[in-house]
Write a protein of this length. Structure first.
Length: 249
């Protein structure tokens, strides 16, 4: 028989659920990967939860990160739903919370990410497995700290050009690597080509997600920003706050 456990999530909400949960639905790709890596019983995921491939393929899809299939979620009868303040839409989260315990992360820094992993390990009764991954992530990120330099702009979208600004996990990753992020506005502001040029970046980073930037876009961008270096980067490394951080090593 399961016990009841009450915890406070990263949004400051207190939730009570059956401990340890035997049926978890994860609504965030990076957290889904982490939960599966520690052996948590994930029974539902979003269509964007693509890692680890060999495990997620057998898990039912409950919609996207911002459009949930409520009927499917009801059918799966989760003990716990795991989401994120930024990646999920709060109206849908509030609707789910009427019927199920929902644990929410709120992540802007590496420390937030480590805390999220430790917390999910604890509430899944998988503390040891979680601590091993946290330690592995910390070692990997220590190895690349201040390994880069220069003033950068990190692009996540085209038409309009959207960038990663302050208060985002990407901004924290850029700072950890040694970059100076020229975008001081919060979250993900849009910029005109002229505004990017006026900021005079040393380098423009093109993320592989959510917009699928490719090498061809770097060639096109040479006309726009001839003085700036251009680099295609792995968006998962910069924005997935979970066990994928181990891949920095």
């Amino acid at each position: 028989m399961s016990d009841l456990l009450t915890v406070t999530d990263q949004m400051g909400q207190r939730i009570t659920f059956s401990y340890p949960p035997k049926r978890i639905i994860s609504l965030v790709p990076s957290q889904t990967e982490f939960l599966l890596d520690i052996g948590a019983p994930v029974v539902g995921r979003t269509k964007f939860c693509i890692h680890p491939k060999q495990k997620v393929e057998a898990i039912p899809i409950v919609g996207g990160t911002k459009n949930f299939r409520f009927e499917k979620i009801q059918q799966l009868k989760p003990d716990l739903i795991v989401g994120n303040k930024e990646e999920n839409y709060l109206e849908g989260i509030y609707e789910l919370a009427r019927d199920f315990p929902v644990w929410m992360s709120d992540i802007a820094t590496l420390e937030d990410a480590y805390q999220m992993m430790s917390s999910l390990g604890s509430i899944s009764d998988l503390e040891l497995e979680a601590s091993k991954i946290v330690s592995s992530c910390q070692r990997a990120l220590t190895s690349v700290r201040n390994s880069k330099k220069g003033k950068v702009i990190y692009l996540i979208w085209k038409n309009p050009w959207m960038t990663a600004g302050s208060g985002t996990f990407i901004d924290g990753m850029l700072a950890h690597l040694g970059y100076e992020n020229l975008i001081k506005e919060p979250r993900y502001p849009s910029l005109l080509e002229e505004e990017i040029r006026a900021l005079d970046p040393d380098k423009v980073l093109f993320s592989s997600e959510p917009f699928p930037f490719k090498d061809e876009h770097l060639v096109e961008a040479k006309k726009l920003w001839p003085k700036a270096a251009r680099e295609l980067v792995d968006g998962e490394l910069f924005s997935w706050y979970g066990s994928r951080m181990q891949h920095w090593a």
